[in-house]
Structure formats: C-alpha cells, structure tokens
Design a protein around this ligand. Structure first.
Ligand SMILES: [Zn+2]
Length: 668
C-alpha cells in the first residue's frame, strides 16, 4: 500500500474504530465483537508502524503511549475541584432541602447515582484531549494524562467539535469519575491472586490504584471506565440536565440513571430505586447526588468551605461502619446465660441506628480484644443483627483495660458458673432472669404501658436489648429490627407509647420500683409525705414510721430496698433515660370533709370502678388503707367482699354499702 492509500485507509479505520468504541464504551451498545474490533485496531497499528509520520495524538493506537514516568507532575486546577457534603438520613437530607428553599428559588433538582471511583478533570484543546488530572487536594492534582488516554470511554477527540469551535486554542474542561466495572473488578482481583499480588479492597481502590500507575500499560490492562458529571466550560448550558445533553453530543457517557425532579418525595423515591438497583448497576454506587438543576441558582448558592451549597450526596446505608465502645455490659438472658454486649456511640448501619452489638461470650471478647474506648468495625450479620467485626488498630485509648469476666451476676449478685467445655457463663440463681422479667413487666404496668406484654419482654431480653426495667425507656424502633412479631409500624407504635409515658406521678413510680410490702396506697402515702424520690431514698426508719399508715414492716422494707446499690442504680437509670417524676399536688386537706378519715374498700362496685371510688374519697380529703384496723373510719363493701368485711364486722368498724357510700358522697 502506498502512502496515499494508507492515509485514506488510516482515516477510515480511525473513524470506524472510534465509532465502535463510542458505541461500546459510551453508549453500551456492542455493535461489533471484541475480536473484530481488535482486528481493526491491529490493522491500524500496522499501517501506522509502516508510516509513522501519519500517527496523530487522537489515533486510537495512541491511547497507550509514552514511557513510564518517574513521578507524577503536579497540576493546579483552574477552578478548584470541590467535594460534596454527605447526608445519611431523610431528616438530614430534609435539612439541606429546606435550607436550599430558604436561600434560593430552586424549583428542580438533578439526581444522579454517586459512582464510587476516582474524580478527574480532563482538558481538551481545539477538540483534542490535552491533559487530565486527579482531584488531589482539590486545588492541586496529579497529571495522569497518559493513563486517562488509555480509558476507552474517554474520547481523544471531541465529537461535534463545531460546538466548541470559535477561537483558536479553545479549551474545554470535563470532569467525571473513573471507575472499574464490577465484573472487571472481579477479573482484576482474580488476576492479582493468580500473580500473587495483593487484592484490592474495593472497586474504588482498584480504580484509584490503576489510574495512579507510572506505567500507562498497566492502566490500560485494567479496563477502566469513565462517566462524565460536569461540563466546566460554558458551552451555553443553563441547567445540569442540559449539560448531560451537551456531554453526550461531545462523545461522553454522562452518569446514567440521572433524572430531574421537583419534590422531596420524588427525590426519596429515586434514592430508594437506586438503592434497590445498586447491585445490578454493574458499578459501585454509594449514594445519590442531588444538585440544584439550574446553574445560575447553583452558582448563587455559593460554596461553604470546600463544598458547594447547592449539591449534596445522600449516601446509601453503609454495610460497615465504625463506632466507639462506650461500655461493655453483661446481660442475663432467660436461660440465665450471661452475655456481653458492647454499648456503642449511636451510629447508622444498614439503614438503622445501632447502639449496641452482641459480643456473644467472653471468648469472643478475648479473640477480638475489644476494650471500652476502642473504635470498632460493625457489620450486620444476616443483614439484621449488629456485630463487632474487629477493633480498629492504633486507635486504642491510653490506659484501657481488657474486659473481665463478671464474678457475680450483674442482676441478682449470685455467683456465676461456667460449665466444663462450654463458653457461656450462667447465673447460678435459677430464678434470676425470671424475676427480672417479672420486674420489667411490673414496671411496664406501673407506667401504664399497654402495648408490652410478657412475650415481648422475653423477646427483648433474649436479644440482650433490655435487661432492667429502665431499659424500656431507651428503646428505639430500630431495636426491634429482625425481632419476631415486629414490623416497622408496630415497633414505632410501641416506642411512641413508651415515650409518652415518661412523665409519672411519684406514687406510681414508687409502685414501679416494686418495693416489698409497698402497694399502691402505701406508695401514695409515701409520695404525699416525701414528695421527691430523693427524699424517699434518704428517709430513715424514724422518718418512715412517722407517716400515718406506715408501719414498722413497710418502713423496714423501704429502707432495705434503697440500701441496695443495685436499686439506687435503677432509679438513676430511669432518670438518665428521661423519666420525669412528678410530685403530688399540694392540697390543704385539713379543711376537706373527709380529712382524717380512713377508708377501706372491699369487693367490686357497680356504678364506678374502685379507682374512681378512691379518687372521690381522696378528693374529699379521705385516706385509703389496704387493711382494716380500729382506726378505719368506714369499710365500703361491694359485691363478693373479701376477708376485710369479716374483720370490719369483728372490730365493729362502720360498714357502708355502695348505695350508702354514694349517698354519703352526695351529702358532703
Ligand atoms: Zn442472677
């Protein structure tokens, strides 16, 4: 072939190869087999070798060229490459959205998947790829031109060059993401394994590592891809959506799955759709970018620090996160097994808030060497239960101590046992956790939490989520994730109900504590006398017996109860979990008609509940007692009265029927 013919043939080959390349790498339309395309490239290569003076920089053969570099040259970006603010939840996103609406009249938003790769800036001069640089620190990056040229989805010459023609030396800057497709990532790691090289942790590292190769041949072998996400040069675009059109015309593949929407609901819907699709997208996506679509509005919103205000990355739930271990607590399950649980700085993992993770047993703590204060990596086993994967090295706080196996049961103080050959330790008190479960149920009733019964309490205790009554008040909906019988709705409902019960009269609170020999009436008497839980906790035997209706046995029970640190801790824990204890209202009872008169109720009433009857008596200044004595003023006898009726008759205490009682109330 003579030079003239070769020149024509070369021109044709270049156009064809470039079209096929564009169809394959940019449009994702394979219009020719890889083998056939390789054959065309080979022919071109041979011709160019024969007539080297016909080689031009935009020839497909020139993607790989040049000799390995000693080091990367620094490049200063003409316009800084900014980063993005990340948000992780709908409410965080909502804050951004509201802020944008307050600061601007932005009406439409441009959404695109956030492909996790390496951001680069590519400069074209007179339509030809001239240079490419990494983001670097945003101001100064590295010149990776030779490597970027090897990426087939990066055009070496802009299509539709008339768009940018005009003045000679016209410069066009396009920014985007270099990434490695999921399938190519797998191939690359297989090859690394075969070659005995270190594996890449994820596609982003693989892409970054491949671009930052001093030898472009290595980059070329890695099958990198490129999507554009910003046309920096003004080619007449007024919105991000128009940029996408122009980028396509210039021969780029703009980030796929990108749409324009208006409302926050549409934004959330697209975020959910992308999240569902993420595994099938063929590349690694870690969130969705939301950008004010109108460029003038976007520019007006300006930059805060290193991030533009009009742009935000709404991340997908992470599959692994790190958090700090605040405490290692030991939980007693229903079988008596004592299980360690890491209490964590609350964090988002897989779409839910996580604040504790099971550590299984003491062996696991030793294996992981987890200590209080450590930074740990968390993941969700079976996508549900948060687990500790390991400790982040080099972040241990000074003076931290290895966790110790508890010598005594954290609930009842009994000794712990570890059976031969077993890893779990158990409480030697067979009644321990059963009692505890009773205590939680008792407290739930005192707080009038209706939605929680024995089965739910058992489930929560088995999962190590609650152990003691105050733990009820730190439940969050996400704690119910994966628990049998709970959906998002029922979990939210229960947590709302519990939260609505945080305010409790002192008397009810005293009942909730479950002090021996202290029933509802005694609790009221104590509340009226002491008025705060602190005063009650500080009361001596003398203080207590001074209260009318409180005898020596009750007084001793109260003193014994608060003498135990465990019980004082429970009170503190209630307060720490936001319980507000309300003092009884002060009434001048001395002037009320029933002041000084003590009533006892026995049997059921027809026209009112027993509680209503009690309220009426109290409202008139009367006292209620649980037992009949000579001091009792009246015993009100309803249907099926108990032994109190007999006792009243025996002591000669005045007896009122329900009708007589109502008549008495009416007469006062
Ligand atoms: Zn125990």
């Amino acid at each position: 072939m003579n030079k003239e013919d070769a020149k024509i043939r070369i021109a044709k080959l270049r156009v064809s190869i470039d079209e096929y390349r564009h169809a394959y790498h940019v449009l994702d339309q394979a219009t020719i087999s890889d083998a056939a395309l390789d054959s065309l490239k080979h022919e071109l290569y041979r011709l160019e070798q024969e007539f080297p003076d016909l080689i031009t920089s935009d020839s497909p053969t020139q993607r790989i060229g040049g000799t390995p570099l000693d080091k990367f040259e620094k490049v200063t970006h003409e316009k800084p490459m900014l980063s993005m603010e990340d948000v992780f939840t709908l409410s965080e996103f909502g804050e951004w959205f509201d802020r944008i609406h307050k600061l601007s009249d932005a009406s439409t938003f441009f959404l695109m998947p956030k492909i996790d790769g390496l951001a680069v800036s590519i400069i074209y001069v007179d339509g030809l790829l001239s240079s490419a640089a990494t983001r670097g620190d945003g101001r100064v990056g590295e010149n990776v031109t030779l490597n970027v040229r090897t990426i087939e989805s990066v055009p070496l010459r802009l299509k539709e060059a008339e768009r940018v023609e005009g003045s000679k030396g016209r410069r066009v800057e396009v920014r985007g993401e270099i990434y490695i497709a999921t399938k190519d990532f797998k191939k690359l790691n297989d090859q690394q394994a075969t070659d005995g090289e270190a594996l890449f942790a994820n596609p982003r590292n693989a892409a970054a590592g491949s671009v930052r190769q001093l030898d472009p041949k290595i980059t070329a072998s890695r099958h990198l891809s490129f999507v554009a996400w910003d046309l920096v040069t003004d080619l007449g675009q007024t919105t991000q959506a128009e940029e996408w059109e122009i980028l396509r015309e210039l021969g780029f593949k703009p980030t796929p799955d990108s749409i324009v929407v208006t409302t926050v609901d549409e934004i959330q819907a697209h975020w959910k759709t992308l999240q569902k699709k993420r595994d099938g997208l063929g590349f690694w996506v870690d969130g969705m970018v939301v950008r004010v679509n109108d460029n003038a509005t976007f520019d007006d919103l300006g930059v805060i620090g290193k991030t533009p205000r009009g742009l935000v990355a709404w991340k997908f739930p992470a599959e692994e996160v790190t958090s700090i271990v605040k405490d290692i607590q030991w939980f007693v399950g229903r079988t008596g097994a004592i299980t360690p649980v890491a209490v964590l700085e609350p964090t988002q993992l897989g779409g839910t808030t996580v604040q504790h993770a099971s550590l299984h047993n003491f062996d696991e703590i030793e294996r992981l060497d987890v200590r209080v204060g450590d930074t740990v990596v968390l993941y969700k086993a079976g996508d549900i239960i948060p687990k500790v994967k390991g400790v982040v090295g080099g972040m241990r706080v000074e003076g931290s101590k290895a966790a110790e196996m508890p010598a005594a049961c954290p609930v009842c103080g009994s000794s712990v046992e570890r059976k031969e050959g077993e890893v779990a330790i158990v409480c030697s008190n067979r009644q321990c956790s059963a009692q505890n479960q009773e205590a939680v149920l008792h407290a739930a009733r005192a707080f009038a939490i209706d939605g929680i019964g024995p089965a739910t309490i058992a489930t929560l205790m088995d999962a190590g989520i609650i152990q003691l009554p105050p733990d009820l008040f730190r439940l969050i909906p996400d704690d119910f994730n994966g628990l049998e019988g709970f959906g998002e709705v029922s979990a939210n409902k229960l947590v709302d109900e519990i939260r609505a019960r945080k305010e409790i009269p002192l008397a009810k609170f005293v009942v909730a504590l479950g002090i021996r020999n202290v029933g509802e009436e005694t609790a009221r008497d104590l509340a009226r006398r002491f008025r705060t839980i602190d005063a009650l906790m500080a009361a001596t035997l003398v203080d207590l017996t001074a209260v009318p209706q409180v005898g020596a046995i009750v007084a001793q029970s109260v003193v014994d109860f608060f003498a135990e640190q465990h019980h004082r801790d429970i009170v503190a824990s209630y307060v720490a979990n936001g319980i507000q204890i309300v003092a009884p209202a002060v009434v001048d009872t001395s002037k009320l008609p029933l002041t000084g008169k003590s009533f006892v109720l026995t049997g059921g009433l027809d026209t009112m509940s027993r509680d209503e009857a009690k309220e009426k008596i109290r409202a008139l200044g009367g006292d209620l007692s649980e037992s009949v004595s000579k001091k009792t003023a009246f015993v009100i006898v309803g249907t099926d009265p108990g032994s109190k009726f007999e006792k009243a008759k025996g002591l000669g205490v005045p007896i009122l029927s329900e009708t007589e009682f109502i008549a008495m109330l009416a007469s006062l």
